[in-house]
Design a protein around this ligand. Structure first.
Ligand code: SF4
Length: 328
């Protein structure tokens, strides 16, 4: 039986942190075993908010691709490509823009939220309002059966489904497949200072950090604020270090830490040292892969070239159907 097709993309934000690894990349790695996966660098999407500041975009693309491969994305199993190398995405975006009511875009809940959240940038642009249409074009182009999404992205996927339906209805041809949401639990890691993990806050543990850097960052992590002295009993459930242990430390050891913390039998410094060790153990295979990848960086571009050729073949076939349906 043919494998179901999955499409997912990431904006080129450069090096990824362990929140990105747990929240998305690990799932991508698992999905490539089961599905026909297309993973793309959404560089045009990055322009929807950062159109004025593009000098780092090429380096960011490369660094992100290295992290994808280091995490275990295998170009033999999944197709990886860069959005801007396939101009068919722009053509489909334009044609879908013709049939998408403006009201559908204005009611998009993340549109207003982001407008308020992102300060210092003029986002009153046509491109920013229309980026869900570009997203719809990316997904519909490959007739993806499923798209991995978190709850907050559900309205975008719904818009994609509505656009597909509207196109098929107007042109009386079932060109597009309505993609289903592939929902999964999103593991959210807080940064070392208990705020959302983000490179821009300087509180992120990066996939590419060395064992020493990780040790240093973990040593600064915020713990139970009530535990002031070494002999104060702690409450692991309010401690971010403990949330990390639950993910990176074996269950038995985590249970011991929990009990010892409550009885003040372990100090935070020792507890953090155990975490740093386990986190480094978790990341070691990725660091080894990273060294191999960086020894032959041309292989990264070869994988992207091959993936782009494969993806573009599908994109061209879809555009032929689209043009025929519209009678262009
Ligand atoms: S001992 Fe560990 S779990 Fe307990 S408060 Fe300190 S860092 Fe947190």
């Amino acid at each position: 039986m043919d494998k179901k097709r999955i499409l997912s993309g990431m904006q080129p934000s450069g090096r990824l942190h362990i929140g990105n690894l747990l929240g998305a990349l690990n799932k991508w790695v698992a999905m490539q075993e089961e599905y026909d996966c297309y993973y793309f660098v959404a560089d045009w999407h990055a322009l929807s908010t950062s159109y004025e500041d593009t000098h780092e975009i090429k380096d960011n693309i490369f660094n992100m691709l290295v992290d994808w491969l280091a995490a275990g994305i295998d170009p033999e199993k999944a197709t990886i490509f860069i959005q801007s190398r396939i101009p068919e995405h722009a053509a489909l975006y334009l044609l879908l823009g013709m049939i998408t009511p403006v009201s559908w875009l204005e009611r998009n809940p993340t549109y207003k939220e982001k407008m308020e959240e992102i300060k210092g940038k003029d986002l009153a642009t046509y491109g920013f309002l229309g980026y869900p249409v570009l997203q719809a074009a990316d997904i519909l182009m490959y007739k993806a059966n499923m798209v991995p999404v978190g709850v907050d992205q559900l309205p975008h996927l719904e818009l994609t489904r509505e656009v597909a339906r509207r196109f098929n209805y107007i042109y009386k041809k079932d060109v597009f497949v309505e993609p289903e949401a592939l929902m999964s639990e999103v593991l959210k890691l807080l940064g070392t200072d208990n705020r959302k993990m983000s490179k821009s806050y300087g509180n992120a543990i990066m996939m590419a950090d060395t064992p020493e850097e990780i040790k240093k960052k973990v040593s600064t992590m915020v713990t139970d604020p009530q535990r002031i002295r070494r002999n104060d009993p702690g409450d692991p459930e309010v401690c971010n270090v403990y949330s990390f242990h639950k993910i990176f430390t074996p269950a038995g050891e985590t249970a011991n830490i929990c009990a010892s913390c409550k009885k003040a039998e372990i100090g935070c410094t020792d507890c953090k040292a155990i975490l740093a060790e386990n986190l480094n153990r978790y990341l070691r295979p990725m660091q080894e892969r990273r060294s191999l990848i960086l020894a032959k960086p041309e292989k990264v571009w070869e994988a992207v070239d091959e993936g782009t050729l494969k993806a573009q073949k599908i994109a061209k076939a879809t555009m032929k159907e689209v043009q025929e349906a519209i009678r262009l």
